[in-house]
Design a protein around this ligand. Structure first.
Ligand SMILES: Cc1cc2nc3c(=O)[nH]c(=O)nc-3n(C[C@H](O)[C@H](O)[C@H](O)COP(=O)(O)OP(=O)(O)OC[C@H]3O[C@@H](n4cnc5c(N)ncnc54)[C@H](O)[C@@H]3O)c2cc1C
Length: 461
């Protein structure tokens, strides 16, 4: 087959790749993209979107229960997993078609194939063996679940990929991991009625989050009946007929219908041919790039999870867009990875932006901490035992809000809006001057007046 020539070849049509391809094409570039699985990538096909649909499903159980306190009589609710999965799959197929249509509209040539690098300007398509010459190559191949050390019975373990396609709802599931994916699936299965054990090797879940948030979420998950075991690991999985037995590091064992690991994801670099091209890999395992997402080989760029910077969809999209503007739009655009708001869709939900208290104490000469924990208004009639937590971290010298941490209903929605204020450099005085919206939970964010603590830098040392 004859060599083809394009301005940009994108490897991977996920969040970052699709955006980069579309924007580069809008700048007039001739673009080709290769996708080995399904257009849309992790987020659309087996990440954010299908997960959030399952989160919605899992939250109806509370609504049915809570309705009684408000005078409703609800018949015995019944849940059907195959219906949920079929409906979810239909939506994913619709979204995949929408992403594909976008690429077609912008005349991006899409090839359904695995692609590898042959040299700094050549990509090889494994489906046909064809070679494509490109002025610029963008690697946007994402990441893949990591299963940890090879332990006996590891072949029985599922990841989030399979959890989204199980033929039946497991009555009992053991999930190993303490990050957001492990916790979200623990909440999903718990809400849908499974018996859930969460096994995490560290001292507390949600490493990297504010300590108060970690503590609050752990207590809430436990109160909802999730068996949270910190300081443990799964050492072996034994298949016993239809069930699996997870053996733990303290010599105990837990029987379950499924064992899932969500202990991290690794950048998708294997077999791409990067080594012989001299594309440098960062010590954190991702492709090393500069602020414009350029690798150590000038014609090769990389965006998204494969660079292991901030592994979230909006970040991959922003990086892809900035890359296209930089290289094809004549507008060099660095990406600012600071102050990225983020959510964890557990029950209750988490929304955070900015520094944790530990980070703020280490970085600031003076820190003021405001926090509150209260029973949400809805719980007063429903009788549900849950508490909302909010915390503001304020630079004691400039009065700027440098961190906001929320655990409670709609925390993800709240933090998106608070994120604008924090990025703009809002001060605690700005928060205080903003009129409250009453009665809401969010009004607490503008009515916290009492400092919970105040630290000088010496206190952190
Ligand atoms: C369960 C789960 C839940 C998540 N929830 C959230 C969330 O709520 N919010 C959030 O912001 N982020 C979430 N994420 C993270 C988010 O999905 C990723 O950060 C995002 O998809 C990264 O985009 P990307 O473009 O780097 O890679 P991806 O979207 O993974 O796209 C990479 C694409 O490249 C393809 N590919 C790989 N190698 C090749 C090759 N050699 N040739 C051709 N194609 C190739 C893959 O098939 C894939 O389609 C979640 C992830 C998971 C797993």
């Amino acid at each position: 087959m004859a060599d083809d020539e394009v301005d940009l070849f994108v490897i991977g049509a996920g969040s970052g790749g699709v955006r980069a391809a579309r924007i580069a094409a809008s700048h007039g570039a001739r673009v080709m993209a290769a996708e080995e699985f399904r257009v849309g990538g992790t987020c659309v096909i087996r990440g954010c979107v299908p997960k959030k649909l399952l989160v919605y499903a899992s939250r109806f159980a509370d609504e049915f229960e809570d309705a009684a306190g408000f005078g409703w009589t609800v018949g015995e609710p019944k849940f059907d997993w195959p219906t949920l999965i079929a409906n979810k799959d239909r939506e994913i197929t619709r979204l995949e078609a929408a992403y594909t249509a976008t690429l077609e509209r912008w005349k991006v040539e899409l090839v359904k194939s695995r692609a590898v690098l042959e040299d700094a300007h050549t990509v090889r398509l494994l489906s046909s063996g064809a070679r494509v010459k490109a002025q610029t190559i963008l690697i946007a191949t994402g990441a893949w679940p990591h299963y940890g050390p090879k332990i006996p019975g590891l072949e029985h373990v599922i990841s989030s990929n399979e959890a989204l396609h199980l033929p039946a709802l497991p009555e009992r599931i053991v999930i190993q991991g303490g990050g957001y994916i492990a916790l979200e699936f623990a909440s999903i299965f718990n809400g849908l009625g499974s018996e859930v054990t969460l096994v995490y090797r560290g001292e507390n879940i949600l490493r990297g989050f504010d300590d108060d948030v970690r503590e609050h979420v752990r207590n809430e998950l436990r109160a909802r009946g999730i068996n949270v075991l910190c300081g443990h690991t799964v050492t072996a999985i034994e298949k016993n007929g239809e069930e699996f037995v997870a053996h733990l590091s303290d010599q105990t064992a837990i029987a379950a219908d499924k064992v899932m690991f969500a202990i991290g994801r690794r950048p998708n670099l294997m077999g791409l041919g990067l080594e012989h091209l001299g594309v440098r890999i960062h010590e954190h395992g991702g492709i090393e790039v500069d602020q414009y997402s350029r690798t150590s080989v000038p014609s090769i760029y990389a965006v998204g999870d494969v660079t292991n910077r901030v592994n979230l969809t909006p970040v991959a999209i922003r990086e892809g867009h900035a890359f296209a503007d930089t290289v094809f739009g004549g507008k060099p655009t660095p990406v600012d990875h600071g102050n990225v708001p983020t959510a964890v869709f557990t029950e209750p939900e988490v929304g955070v932006i900015g520094l944790t208290e530990t980070q703020a104490r280490a970085q600031l000469a003076k820190l003021d901490v405001y926090k509150t924990s209260f029973r949400p208004m809805k719980a007063t009639l429903s009788g549900r035992q849950t508490r909302t937590f909010m915390k503001l971290l304020v630079d004691g010298l400039t009065d700027r809000v440098v961190g906001c941490h929320i655990v409670g209903p709609d925390a993800g929605e709240l933090i998106q809006v608070i994120g604008v204020a924090v990025r703009m450099g809002a001060t605690k005085a700005d928060f205080d001057a903003t009129m409250a919206v009453h009665p809401t939970a969010a009004e607490e964010l503008v009515t916290m007046r009492e400092k919970a603590a105040s630290y000088g830098r010496e206190a952190a040392e």
